[in-house]
Design a protein around this ligand. Sequence first.
Ligand code: TNX
Length: 541
Amino acid sequence: MKDSFKKATSFAIALLGILLVLACGQTQQKPEIAMPRTDLGVEPLIPKPVVVEPSHLAFGLSENSGIFIPAGDRGFDGVGLFLGEKIAEKTGLKLPVNPGSPEKGSPAIYLIQNPSWAREAYTLSIGPDSVRLVAGSAEGAFRGVQTLRQLIPETPNDTLADYPIWPIPGGFIADAPRFAYRGAMLDVARHFFSVEEVKKYLEVLAYYKINVLHLHLTDDQGWRIEIKSWPRLTEVGGLTEVGGGEGGFYTQEQYRDLVAFAEDRFITIVPEVDMPGHTNAAYVAYPILNGTGKTPEPYTGTRVGFSTLDTRKDTVYSFIDDVVREITGMTPGPYFHIGGDESHSTKPRDYQYFIEKVVPIVRKYGKIPIGWDEVATANLDSNTVAQFWDNEENASKAIAKGMKVLMSPARKAYLDMQYDSLSRHGLHWAAYIPVDSAYTWDPATYAPGITEADILGLEAPLWSETISNSAELEYLAFPRLPGYAEIGWSPAEGRSWEEYRRRLARQLPYFRRMDIRFYPSARVPWGVADSLLPWYTADQK
Ligand code: TNX
């Protein structure tokens, strides 16, 4: 028995040897490196790709690798350089981008365009000799690059050769998003966030294939964007914030810089100027805009619904025209957000009149208007988007008008909701949203009457009444944000919290590398001692 087993094994080894020699004979160029067996099927990719077929082989990323991009396509150039930068940040490898034609047999990453494909679709074929990323556009290639980044091991294998090799699990991935609009929103009005803080957020959004950042630029407590024709908006309106801090604002130059940084990551910035309510800071700067009849005073509390523009004054509409003109002039994306929420101090007929006057202004500057769901109470046509946050009746009205709906139900998608009653930051007027609750819902089944075909996408808003810096932002956004990214990108079928939470736990090295001070929810199996997690205090257990 033992003997025959031995015989069989030595026969198998000999056969393997022969096969190996044959295989070497085919490529011939380099000494064969025995790569470890891999499993692409268990990699912690977020969002989960549509198709993943493991080959169990590996691509050895090393100093010998190069990145090749199609000639003459500036978009692909940028994506190739971005990939090179990110590989350098993670591994220290400085790979040449387009170093002439690849040497036969040297391992290379190819970005390849197939213009007949959908814009964000891509495939990744990872084999022993090459990684081939095929995409319909530079944008699709950029999404695929995020998948590739996530597949690079945190640490190299130093035993395979006399230089470090990062084995990338082999196989095939085919992927495309479920929704065209996968957004996050940041309220920079209640508390101001600097350009650097917003860029840090954008960097992580891109990693999870989120493609929109909606900036809530104005509110009762502060006006955050320079408008050259109305300079007091920032000179006066920019100086306040919740809690009495010093506020702040973006100069137009800084705003353009943010937009360009986002554009490099194929993220669209959607600027919001909230009106006719949420406008106290605007009319503290220019009292002529005030529609309340009360003397304007700066406001640094957190109440809502007390302010309104004067909807019957021509000056108000020339003001809005100037604001929309200046901001859309810096906005390459297709949308402009007009707010429209919680205008409790505006009479309903004035509110409707106002929305119906502002929508054409936005259109005049070539943008698609978006408004919070209340805007659906006005007479609008199908070219305006309603952002559902609270009121299902408003959403139904929007759908009846043929408008698309952007899904941000507060009870599931509000990043400013506390995880539980012990959370350090956040509110809980809509719900407590623990990490699993944020993940286990679907935009197309959330409310009766809102179906997949009505939905433009989803967005996770982060209101900033209770947060004022990156650390606090990250406490609320992470680890919930990757879940919204997955809901927006991946198919709904087969989604499971049990499976997802394991992939989420494995984002830990990335969170650490990015210095993301996430909330270490006990519902996620982080796999390290609690004391090694950020924000850990014994009372949180
Ligand atoms: C509701 S959601 C608001 C915001 C607040 C937020 C706090 C929406 C359109 N309006 O003004 O910041 O709740 O969670």
